[in-house]
Design a protein around this ligand. Structure first.
Ligand code: FES
Length: 242
C-alpha cells in the first residue's frame, strides 16, 4: 500500500482576516509535522501546529490563528477550537514573558501548592490570569504536570522547577526578574526522581560492571548468572557427549 506523506496543503496558506499566518520559518516547521501523516490524516498534526502558532504569537492563540490551523489541516474550525480550549498548554489571552503555572493537583497540594500559589501572587502582585505591568510575569493554576515525585512544582515557560518551598520559589522569581541564571529541575539538588538524599538501591550499577546487573557499565565483566549458565551448559555438554 502506498502512503502519501506530503501534506495536501503544499503552499503557504493565506493569512486569516486578523492577519495571522505562519512566518516562512514556522511554515517550514509546520510542514515537517504535516509530512508525518498521510494526506487524509492531516488532522493528526493539530497539536504541534497550534503549538507553533502559539509560539509565533508569543504565548497565546487568537481566533484567527486557530482558524488558520483549521484551514491548513482541512478541519472544521470548531474542531480545532475544541482542541485548543481543552488543553491547558494553550492560552487564549496574552501571558507574561515568564508564564508561571502552579500545579495544584493532590501530590503538589499535599506538599504545599497553596503556599506556592500565595507566594506567586504576593510576589507578582497580580491575580491568576493577569500580566504584571512590566509584562514580565503572569501565572495560573494548572492540574498535574506529571512531576509528582518532586512535588510541589511549577512550570515556567518550557521548564519545570521542583521540590519548591515558598522561599525557594520567591528566590526563583527574583532571579528571573533580575535576569540571573536559575537552576531548572529540582531546587534541592535531587537527581531526577531519586529519593531526597540520593539513591538507596542499585547504587553500584554502572560501577565497574556489578556482577548482578549485566546492563550496567563494564560489560567486560561476566555477570554471575551468565557464568553459572555457561558452566552448567559446559557440564551438560560434556556429559551428553560421552
Ligand atoms: S500533582 Fe503536581 S506534578 Fe503531579
Amino acid at each position: 500500500m502506498s502512503v502519501t506523506t506530503h501534506p495536501k496543503v503544499s503552499t503557504h496558506p493565506e493569512p486569516q482576516p486578523d492577519g495571522f499566518a505562519f512566518t516562512e520559518a514556522h511554515w517550514e516547521e509546520a510542514k515537517q509535522h504535516l509530512a508525518k501523516y498521510p494526506a487524509d490524516h492531516q488532522a493528526s498534526a493539530v497539536l504541534p501546529l497550534l503549538w507553533i502558532a502559539q509560539r509565533q504569537i508569543g504565548g497565546y492563540l487568537t481566533t484567527g490563528a486557530i482558524e488558520y490551523v483549521a484551514n491548513v489541516l482541512g478541519m472544521a474550525p470548531i474542531r480545532v477550537h475544541e482542541v485548543a480550549h481543552f488543553y491547558s498548554m494553550f492560552n487564549h489571552k496574552p501571558v507574561g514573558q515568564y508564564f508561571v503555572q502552579v500545579c495544584r493537583t493532590t501530590p503538589c497540594w499535599l506538599r504545599g501548592a497553596d503556599d506556592l500559589a500565595r507566594t506567586v501572587q504576593d510576589k507578582l502582585g497580580v491575580p491568576s490570569g493577569e500580566v504584571t505591568a512590566d509584562g514580565l510575569f503572569s501565572w495560573r493554576h494548572v492540574e498535574c504536570l506529571g512531576a509528582c515525585c518532586n512535588a510541589p512544582m511549577v512550570q515556567i515557560n518550557d521548564w519545570y522547577y521542583e521540590d519548591l518551598t515558598p522561599e525557594s520559589l520567591a528566590q526563583l522569581l527574583d532571579d528571573l526578574r533580575a535576569g540571573r541564571e536559575v537552576q531548572i529541575g529540582s531546587q534541592i539538588g535531587r537527581h531526577g526522581s531519586e529519593p531526597a538524599g540520593g539513591a538507596r538501591t542499585l547504587t553500584e550499577v554502572g560501577e565497574a560492571g556489578h556482577p548482578d546487573y549485566p546492563f550496567g557499565g563494564g560489560a567486560e565483566v561476566e555477570p554471575e548468572v551468565v557464568r553459572q549458565m555457561r558452566e552448567a551448559a559446559a557440564a551438560g555438554g560434556e556429559g551428553g557427549g560421552q
